[in-house]
Design a protein around this ligand. Structure first.
Ligand SMILES: Cc1ncc(COP(=O)(O)O)c(C=O)c1O
Length: 386
């Protein structure tokens, strides 16, 4: 969001900036969803709704998860929120408090750990490794459990790495959670942005293993290109949902009534637009990867999900040149007018995140500028001759 603000400012000053920072689809919201919102306005559906959302939307969420994952939830186990962010925040406030430890994996989307801190609990971070494809390993979580552990948060597909947790690793985490009565919070906000057919039925694994301890958090933002509409949801045991509803009732109340109607159409209508956007992201990912990796100092793997390339640029950094990726991002913006997010923002020094939720033309031009920048700033390493 900080990057977006800088880009905004530069654009208002008439500067042509290529924005690789945005964590949101560049596509417009699909037309049928917009039409549903127009209808809601025309029919004056503009009053407060129940705090936890209209029954029609809760049903649509349950039906979607039943169709996609084969899991059964009832309306009392669902709350509609203003974005996945609020679903996660309500959950953190409902479940965690002072003295609790909550384990999550780095690199991470910083909101996850900040929300744990806002609940006055302590985030405990376990690391995933680039040489292991940033795979989330159950063992690291199990090893980090202490008598104070109250929760585990898993984000898959992961922002920023694009990695997916395998069902077997997730099952091992779920078994450990069940054995020790630890809450399992699953951030599924990118669940529909998975490129290849990969087993990723985390809701079914959780339902089999620790349904009473699992909260699934989802969102309309990324799948349906609805970031500005603000709609997400949490699905979990009804006491947790009731507590989330109490928190929401005294903070923001219901998600926008118009948005809720639009999301009913998003979830119950044709899913073809989701697939079309995914196909376009895949093309962009593949091109961007090919363009950037011609330079061996730009090291990355193709992500399995989400829409980010997470790149190791540590070979470009040096104490006398660009010491950190924060410096990298600042100087790149200044010199080449390309905005991206530094790895430090995700607890991953040495990395940069490029969002390819932007046009192919921008990706082509931006990657050319980035390579020029790398060539200019990379330190000349002494080569050892045989
Ligand atoms: C990992 C992750 N989870 C959740 C969200 C929440 O998105 P929203 O509040 O728009 O649903 C985001 C947004 O960037 C995200 O990256």
């Amino acid at each position: 969001m900080k990057v977006t603000a800088s880009v905004d400012k530069m654009r208002r000053a008439g500067i042509d900036v290529i924005d690789f920072g945005a964590g949101e689809p560049d596509f417009p919201t699909p037309d049928p969803i917009k039409a549903a919102a127009h209808t809601a306005i025309d029919q004056n559906f503009s009053k407060y709704t129940p705090v936890g959302g209209i029954a029609e939307l809760k049903r649509a969420i349950c039906d979607r998860y039943r169709a996609d994952y084969g899991v059964d939830y009832s309306e009392s186990e669902v709350i509609v929120t203003a974005g996945g962010k609020q679903a996660l925040y309500n959950t953190a406030l409902a479940l965690f408090g002072p003295g609790d430890e909550v384990i999550t994996h780095a690199p991470y989307w910083p909101t996850l750990t900040e929300q744990v801190k806002l609940a006055e609990a302590t985030p405990i971070v376990v690391r995933t490794r680039p040489e292991d494809g940033f795979a989330i390993r159950a063992r690291t979580f199990v090893d980090a459990v202490t008598p104070r552990t109250r929760g585990i948060i898993v984000n898959s597909p992961c922002n920023p790495t694009g990695a997916l947790i395998s069902e077997s690793e997730f099952a091992a985490i779920a078994v450990a959670a069940a054995r020790q009565s630890i809450w399992l919070v699953v951030d599924l906000c990118y669940e529909h942005l998975i490129y290849d057919p990969t087993p990723h039925n985390l809701p079914a694994v959780a339902a089999r293993t620790c349904r009473d301890l699992t909260v699934l958090c989802g969102s309309a933002s990324k799948a349906y290109a609805m970031t500005g509409w603000r709609c997400g949801w949490a699905i979990g045991p009804s006491p947790v949902i009731a507590a989330s509803s109490a928190i929401q009732g005294h903070s923001t109340s219901n998600a926008s009534s118009i948005t809720q109607k639009a999301v009913v159409t998003a979830l119950t209508g044709s899913q073809a637009p989701v697939k079309a956007m995914l196909d376009e992201y895949r093309k962009r990912r593949d091109h961007l990867y090919d363009w950037l990796t011609v330079d061996p100092r730009v090291r990355c793997r193709k992500p399995d999900g989400a829409f980010y390339l997470f790149i190791d640029v540590s070979d470009v950094l040096s104490p006398d040149g660009l010491p950190t990726t924060t410096a990298f991002a600042e100087v790149l913006l200044e010199e080449e007018k390309v905005a991206l997010t530094q790895g430090e923002a995700f607890d991953a020094p040495g990395f940069i995140r490029i969002s390819y939720a932007t046009s192919m033309e921008n990706l082509r031009e931006g990657s050319a500028r980035l390579l020029k920048f790398v060539a200019r700033h990379a330190p000349v390493r002494a080569t050892v001759s045989k």
